[in-house]
Each structure stands twice: as C-alpha cells, then as structure tokens.
Design a protein around this ligand. Sequence first.
Ligand SMILES: Cc1cc2nc3c(=O)[nH]c(=O)nc-3n(C[C@H](O)[C@H](O)[C@H](O)COP(=O)(O)OP(=O)(O)OC[C@H]3O[C@@H](n4cnc5c(N)ncnc54)[C@H](O)[C@@H]3O)c2cc1C
Length: 486
Amino acid sequence: MLLGALASAFVMRSELSRLVGAEHVLEAQPGSPYNHDASRRRGVEGRAQAVVLPGSAEEVAAVVRWCYSHDVPIVARGGGTGLTGGAVAMQGGVVCSLERLRRVRELEPSLWRMYPEAGVSTRHVQRLARENGLFFGPDPGASEQSQIGGNVATNAGGPHALKYGVTGAWVTGLEVVLAPGELVDLGGWNRKDVAGYDLKSLLIGSEGTLGVITAVRLRLLPAPEAATALVVFLRTRAEGCAGILDVLAAGIQPSVLEFVDRDTLELLAGSYPGPGGPSGGASPTAPVAGAAAADAQALPAQAGFALIVEVDGTRAQAEAQRRALIEVLGEAAVAIHEPPDTEALWRWRDGFNGVVTAERGGKVSEDVVFPVERLGEGLERFAEIAARHGLRSCAWGHGGDGNVHATVLVDPAREAELDAAQAAGEELFALAISLGGSIAGEHGVGWLKRGRLAAQWDERAVQVHEGIKRAFDPKGLFNPGKKQAR
Ligand SMILES: Cc1cc2nc3c(=O)[nH]c(=O)nc-3n(C[C@H](O)[C@H](O)[C@H](O)COP(=O)(O)OP(=O)(O)OC[C@H]3O[C@@H](n4cnc5c(N)ncnc54)[C@H](O)[C@@H]3O)c2cc1C
C-alpha cells in the first residue's frame, strides 16, 4: 500500500516535471514548510504528494489541467502566512506555490493602477505604490512574506481597512485559472462594470477553493500627504469601547482605530515605545497624565484600555482630525501620547503576536467580529468565557471594525489547556454569532474554522454557497476540506 502511494507520488512528480521543469517540482517531505502555514503551532500539518512551482500563468493552467484530469487535489499557496491552515494540503494532492509569479506586469502611476502577478509580496506592492506617489491600503501584519494573490484569496484586512477597505476593495480584475484548467480574465481595469454577475468578487476571499489567482489588477489611490498617530489611554474597557463609538459618531474618519485591552497592555508594557520626544511627546493640547518624560517607556498607571488612532489626509485635514480626536476623547482619557516615531509604534503593534505567545509558550488566537456597537459586551463576555475555562486571556484588534483577535494563553505541552482553549473557542464563535457578528473577520476559515458557517447563515444562503462551489469546481478538487460551510 505504502509502496503504491510512493510509486504514484513518483509518477505524479515526473508528469508534473514535464509541465514546469524537474527543478520546479519538489517532494513534500514531512516537516517541509510547504506542509505548514502560520497555523503550525496549532498542529496543522499537510500531506502533499508534490509541490509545484510554476513559472507563469500558463504553467499554472497546465498544472491545474493535469490535476483536474487525474482527480488530484490542487492547493494554491501564497506566502504561507495564513493562520487557519488554508494553504496546507490536508487531503493530499499537489501544492501549487505561486512564488515564482513575481512580475509586475504594469504600473501606471498616472492612472493609479498596478498589475502584479499573484506571487508579488504585499510589501513590494505597498513599496512600489509609495515610490510612485501612490498608496495601497491593505496592510496585513505579515506583509513581507504574504503575497498579493494570498491577500486576495483571503480578502485580507489590517489596521487601515477601517478607512480604506479590505483587499477586495482595491481589486478591479483578476486573472485566474478555473476548472478544468483554463486561464480566464474576470473584470478588467474598468471601475464600473455591471455587465454580468461579479465573478471576481466570488474569487476574492475564496481561499483557493474556486480557482487559482495568477495576477491581480489593483486600483490605487494618491498617497495621503500626512498621517498622525495618537495612543489614547482610557481607564476601562467600557470607556474605551464608548470612545470608539464617540469617534465614529463625531464624524471623524480615522485611517486606523485599533484597540488594546488591559490584559494585552500588561503583557506589552515592557516594549511600549513610550510617548517619546523631548517633552514626553504628548500633544500640548492633550490631557497628559502618567506620561512623565523621565519615564518614557511607562504606560500610564491608570490605563485599562488603549486606542491606537491614526488620522491622515492633507496636512490640514490630518491636523483638523487630530484636534477633533483629542476633543472627543480628551475628557475620558487618562493620557494621550503622540509618538513622534510612529514606525516604533507600529513595530510595537506588529510585535503583539510574538510577545503574547512567549508568555506561556503558546496561544490560541481566534479572529472574530462583534458588531462595533456591541464590542464592549463581546469583549467582556469573551473574558468571562476564558476565565470559566481556567484560561488567561487577552484581546486586541481593529476596534473600528469590531474585529477582535481574542486570545487565550496556553502551555502547548498541556493537553488539558489545549482542550480548554478549543472549548472556549467554540463558545466564542457562538457568542459572535449571537451578537450579530462573524466567526471570521479577516484570517479566513481555512481548515481550522471549517464547518461553522452553517451556524451563522440562513440555510438557503448556505445552499447557495455550496452551489457556487459546485459550479466553479464540479469535482471538488480546489483546496478540498477548506472553507466548508458545514
Ligand atoms: C504575524 C501575522 C500577522 C497577520 N496579520 C494579519 C492582518 O492584520 N490582517 C489579515 O487579514 N491577515 C493577517 N494575517 C494572516 C495572513 O497574513 C493573511 O491571511 C494573508 O492574506 C495570507 O497571504 P499568503 O500569501 O501568506 O497566503 P497563504 O497563507 O499562502 O494562503 C492563504 C489562503 O489563500 C489561498 N491562496 C493563496 N494564494 C492563492 C492564489 N494565488 N490563488 C488562489 N488561492 C490562493 C490558499 O490556498 C489559502 O487558502 C497575519 C498573519 C501573521 C502570521
């Protein structure tokens, strides 16, 4: 039996070698990075029979055609930074890595558009836009490794999604390989086009279950002239969440409105870059408490919740919004910091995952959504759920979107803690649904959250979801087992 499997994997690799060249077909040994993504710590491990690295969209189509005619599963892979096991071949088959599709086919700064291939890194897209006076809004945390194709496939968000939308909002067209192996253009450069059903939007967020994206037509924006970040410390979760609603109600449109709860602040206090600046960096107009210049690293003593807020636009707009923010949040705030080194602030924010994980050697972080007006209630009930299961918890996320990274700290060597985390996660999903939120805000469903959509959607909507899968992928070979509704 084992011999048969080895022989068929060998035959598979030699046939695929004829399509893309032998040096671009790899064995997927146990432990190979291609059998993992960023969900590795949660035990997700694939069992691909082969890894293929096509060098062009046409080669991707040839690989899909071969797989489709031989009934072999195809798992598209971007940068492997996904947190739900989406790019991992859980049911065997071929991992199709887009890493060699790294060409930017077109860049038209005067028309605000770029046409990168799927394997171009998110950071490169951002950098290229910036170097040409333009701006690409999506900023998921692992942008150095993640790819634009993976971002589209997961409809990735990030802090700036509040003002600028998730990845899909920046896409006017996609080049994709659809079953049984045809290269197709969905959409184009037109910003308005209602001639047919919006097929490209079905591919956006489809996590490799409907086809393989080979290139992405992106609409960009002129870069904002100025951006200012503030860190606003409040006493309690309730005051912090009320602050978010006050900002929205005041008509301020921050580009970023992140929240950090007390338990996260406690873990991150040591690395907080501080208010900075010769006088503590605090705005002269802001109420400053606990921001002593001599103790620049310290978080304000009474801080029980923090908002990281960025405003942007022309210099005048950014300044007007900054003042408005201070006016709206100033009364409740225990301190408002205005770090001059915003890079240090974002590095601190990007480091949350690592620091929180290090505390006990592991964590289970679930990406859920609570309606923004029920964020405070959702966070409070999540903390109660975790405590009831005997787990230490913390939460942070994209507050303006109600998108929460609800986290429990675990020792990965303790089975009982992992079981408790699993049970707490199930209660959290039920809570998000009961409050009118979602089980998945931006990290996708992949393998780890499969089967839960049916609890969130009406039965008929779930049937349509399943019908779309069948229409695109009648043999069920694109990323089987992922994003399943039930
Ligand atoms: C430290 C860290 C921080 C993160 N922060 C954020 C964040 O702020 N916001 C956010 O949204 N996400 C975040 N993520 C999650 C992750 O980076 C995103 O989901 C990202 O979009 C995945 O891109 P990738 O290229 O790595 O895709 P992969 O992980 O390789 O794949 C993800 C899914 O997309 C599919 N896929 C990949 N490429 C293609 C393609 N070309 N065609 C069809 N399907 C494809 C795969 O099959 C899989 O289902 C974070 C992850 C980490 C590790």
